[in-house]
Design a protein around this ligand. Structure first.
Ligand code: SF4
Length: 188
């Protein structure tokens, strides 16, 4: 498995915001979003055992498997090993690759990025808002719906997206606001 980084922080976005979490960021993605703010290409080859060894001293139960696009490399056996270690496994995915057979992740956060979504279950739909037509998300069933203003590295545009996001949520109250609190707080 090619892993970009493993680190310990707080979940910054969505349903589990503020939860202490161990992050595994897999390298590589099958999308090239213009607004991508993650350096995910580099990485080192690690076995599942290596990953277990790297996380063993972090006290949190919550794991976030992210990327890049983590489903390109995720295995059921890694998830099983994390469960055996007592972990709760959240995955953050663009949804374009089906999870491996029998992959029993505990929480699926899906942020569709234009490709068809191949998931059978979505716990949390997290849409990054940048002025797109929101009706394309009507077809998705999820436990929770989060709308997050896109950070386009332009203060005026970001303010505009934030205002539009809030207005959309007020008119469509099944959605809730997600903010990238890790950027606001300047933590990882
Ligand atoms: S899907 Fe996510 S990680 Fe991949 S390029 Fe788009 S924003 Fe970046």
């Amino acid at each position: 498995m090619r892993v970009n980084e493993i680190f310990y922080s707080l979940q910054g976005e969505g349903r589990h915001v503020g939860t202490p979490a161990i992050f595994i960021r897999f390298s590589g993605c099958n999308q090239h979003c213009s607004f991508c703010d993650t350096e995910h290409e580099h990485g080192e080859e690690l076995t599942e055992e290596d990953i277990l060894e790297r996380i063993k001293d972090f006290p949190a139960r919550h794991m976030v498997i992210t990327g890049g696009e983590p489903t390109l490399q995720l295995t059921s056996s890694l998830v099983d090993k994390l469960h055996s270690a007592g972990k709760f496994v959240q995955i953050e995915t663009n949804g374009s690759v089906a999870l491996p057979e029998g992959c029993a992740v505990d929480w699926i956060t899906c942020s569709p990025k234009g490709l068809p979504v191949m998931l059978h279950r979505i716990d949390e739909l997290k849409v990054v808002y940048r002025g797109q037509d929101m009706s394309q998300y009507d077809k998705f069933e999820a436990k929770e719906y989060y709308l997050q203003p896109c950070d386009v590295k332009d203060e005026a545009k970001n303010e505009c997206y934030t205002t539009e996001t809030i207005n959309y949520i007020k008119s469509n109250p099944k959605w809730k606001l997600s903010l990238q609190t890790q950027k606001i707080l300047k933590v990882r």
